[in-house]
Design a protein around this ligand. Structure first.
Ligand code: NDP
Length: 248
């Protein structure tokens, strides 16, 4: 690995598992100081220890992206420790798929709060620092379902399509301040995501579907994100749709 990200500071939300964990490790291996944010502090501490074992630098900041105080604390803790924010990977998410008639209101609310509102609020909290720096990179995790339809997923599809539209609109406001915005749209990735589908039958159906393919590994997305944030400043990769070969 090179050291293209030496001296850069990256916040990664949802760093306690899956894509976020792999991304934090990948960015740290390129020299970035990584700020690990999610609710499960034990997992974050374990990841920080792994990163530090290989001479990387990590800061753990337990964060619930649906909590405004946690969002403010995440930004403050990062600035106190490092004084800058170069990269924000808005990865925290959950996918509690359900038929609209079967979903409870809390599920609908949480889906939007975590996947969309939390992402917008954290971006809002980070952008002033990036504007002052006249540089920054915001990477938002949308999904293949931000573009294509999927049954039992209307609330999740709405959130992920919202992420894509938010990023593309945001770019118009921040590009002239040197801030780049990327939307990552993964297909099936082998993570804990499916475990949070509340309905057993829906969960099994999705697992059966994903089981028909050679799903992506979290490291595949981590490598993609690392590629996106290691381009020269003039290069703004707007959008990456990345699916398993057999997910067509
Ligand atoms: P995981 O379930 O492994 O990871 C989700 C992460 O989000 C966890 O670290 C979790 O941490 C965190 N998270 C959930 N709720 C909150 C919250 N309220 N505040 C802070 N962090 C939270 O799944 P993936 O790695 O697969 O998912 C990562 C992203 O990729 C998500 O946005 C997902 O929608 C997206 N994606 C995934 C695909 C897949 O097939 N796996 C496909 C397309 C997109 P904790 O519980 O500790 O808070």
């Amino acid at each position: 690995f090179g050291s293209e990200l030496d001296g850069q500071v990256a916040i990664v939300t949802g760093a306690s598992s899956g894509i976020g964990s792999a991304t934090a490790e990948s960015l740290a291996s390129r020299g970035a100081s990584v700020v690990l944010a999610a609710r499960r502090e034990g997992e974050l501490e374990e990841l920080a220890a792994t990163i530090e074992d290989t001479d990387g630098d990590a800061l753990v900041v337990p964060t619930d992206v649906t909590n405004d105080d946690d969002i403010d604390n995440l930004v403050e803790a990062t600035l106190d420790e490092y004084g800058r924010i170069d990269i924000l990977v808005n990865n925290a998410g959950l996918m509690p798929l359900a038929h609209i008639a079967e979903a409870d209101r809390e599920t609908l609310q949480t889906t939007i709060d975590v996947n969309l509102t939390g992402l917008i609020k954290l971006t809002h909290a980070v952008v002033p620092t990036m504007m002052e720096q006249e540089s920054g990179h915001i990477v938002n995790l949308s999904s293949v379902v931000g573009r294509f339809l999927q049954a039992n997923s209307s609330h999740y599809n709405a959130a992920k399509a919202g992420v894509k539209m938010f990023g593309d609109s945001l770019r118009l406001d921040v590009a002239e301040a040197g801030i780049r915005v990327a939307t990552i749209e993964p297909g099936a990735v082998d993570t804990e995501l499916l475990e949070h589908i509340p309905d057993d039958e829906v969960q099994q159906n999705v697992k059966d579907y994903v089981g028909t393919m050679d799903a992506l590994a979290p490291e595949d997305i981590a490598r993609t994100i690392t590629f996106v944030v290691t381009q020269p400043q003039r290069v703004d990769i707007n959008e990456v749709l990345i699916r398993p070969l057999d997910q067509v």
